[in-house]
Design a protein around this ligand. Structure first.
Ligand SMILES: [Zn+2]
Length: 129
């Protein structure tokens, strides 16, 4: 999603990283699979590294191409992909505080805060009570 039109008229934009009005949500029913899949991927990397086969492991996973990621980049890719595959998005309107939670691809359900104002609940610095 790059833009979401809030019912208050504000346009919620998602065009960069580290947004204070965006969050990834991992549903409790998916959390265990997310952790297990990630642990399995990391364990495979550790086993390959311990056996001295890390480069071959990465070649096997990504193909032996000039743009194949290095180990650190592969970890970032694996974690990022797992998060993307296991999470839904939520956006908070910075004008009215409405929380938009993803229900399906390009489909969001709005929730109004009891306070009726922007609480910055998705920011690392939420508004004080
Ligand atoms: Zn709004």
């Amino acid at each position: 999603m790059s833009k979401l039109a809030c019912t208050c008229g504000n346009i919620i934009r998602d065009q960069t990283d580290s947004l204070p009005h965006k969050a990834s949500i991992i549903k409790d029913q998916q959390e265990e699979n997310f952790i297990q899949d990630l642990a399995q991927e990391m364990n495979s990397l550790l086993i390959a590294a311990k056996a001295g086969n890390l480069e071959a492991h990465l070649d096997n996973r990504y193909g032996n191409t000039p743009w194949r990621p290095k180990a650190a980049e592969a970890c970032y890719d694996i974690i990022g992909s797992a998060l993307l595959n296991s999470s839904i998005m939520a956006y908070e309107c910075q004008s009215c505080g409405k929380l938009w939670v993803q229900k399906a691809v390009n489909s969001f359900v709005p929730f109004n805060p009891e306070s009726g104002v922007h609480e910055a609940v998705l920011s690392v610095n939420p508004a004080p009570n």
